[in-house]
Write a protein that binds this ligand. Structure first.
Ligand code: MN
Length: 231
């Protein structure tokens, strides 16, 4: 295949490494789930018992590979970390039943939903979209993807993040309000899911600001770790 069909060369396909494989995982879309941990919903001033899940998106080329510096973004003075489980789909579909959803999962990763909280807050207050707060350059640092067979059942694994060695976020995956199966099922009723989609599954309490020079290390037990330095 040549690029002669295009008026200029197309951008490279965003992708992530796959643990134990030479081939990379080509990323199609990035979906994110809001307020999926009750304690985080409360810290943001919401009642976790009354809300169905809601979604927003980041751009696939907002991915930042773990081990790469995170450039402090423009237009914000309040950039927050959110450690999240990332679900990587190997098969798409629409109207996927919860009982079938796990067969669509290729693997898991550990991601950071970096957020310009001041811009997100202003957007919320004005009833405007969240893109300026959520979908900026390098806003999605992510680990390699661990295939499901190697990952095993997620159960109540620990999810935690440290900044400069001090723990800031610490939870377990069984604190998620909506399970991985439920999220896939609900999303597939809203969008046509495709192989290559990523789902950032929400963050536990303890989100907070980062400063230039900070070193962020996020881990999900048995899945992997994402590391970046704020530059
Ligand atoms: Mn988030």
């Amino acid at each position: 295949m040549t690029d002669q069909r295009f008026v200029f060369a197309p951008a490279p396909v965003p992708s992530l490494p796959v643990t134990g494989r030479a081939e990379r995982f080509p990323v199609h879309r990035i979906y994110c789930v809001g307020r999926n941990f009750a304690d985080h919903a409360r810290e943001m001033g919401h009642d976790p018992d009354r809300e169905p899940p809601f979604f927003f998106q980041k751009n696939p080329d907002n991915l930042l590979e773990s081990g790469t510096a995170f450039p402090y973004p423009p237009a914000s003075r309040d950039v927050h970390h959110e450690i999240e489980l990332v679900v990587a789909l190997g098969r798409g579909g629409v109207d996927i039943a919860p009982a079938e959803a796990m067969s669509h999962v290729f693997g898991y990763a550990v991601g950071l939903d970096m957020t310009r909280r001041d811009l997100q807050g202003a957007a919320k207050a004005a009833g405007r979209p969240w893109e300026v707060g959520k979908a900026f350059e390098a806003s999605a640092p992510c680990s390699a993807i661990l295939p499901v067979d190697a990952a095993g059942p997620l159960d109540g694994r620990r999810i935690h993040l440290s900044v400069n060695g001090a723990t800031r976020q610490d939870g377990t995956l069984d604190q998620m309000i909506w399970t991985v199966s439920e999220m896939i099922s609900i999303l597939s009723g809203l969008f046509t899911l495709k192989a290559g989609d990523l789902i950032f599954a929400g963050t536990p309490a303890g989100v907070g600001p980062v400063e230039k020079g900070d070193v962020l290390v996020g881990q999900v037990e048995g899945i992997g770790s994402v590391e970046t330095r704020v530059a």
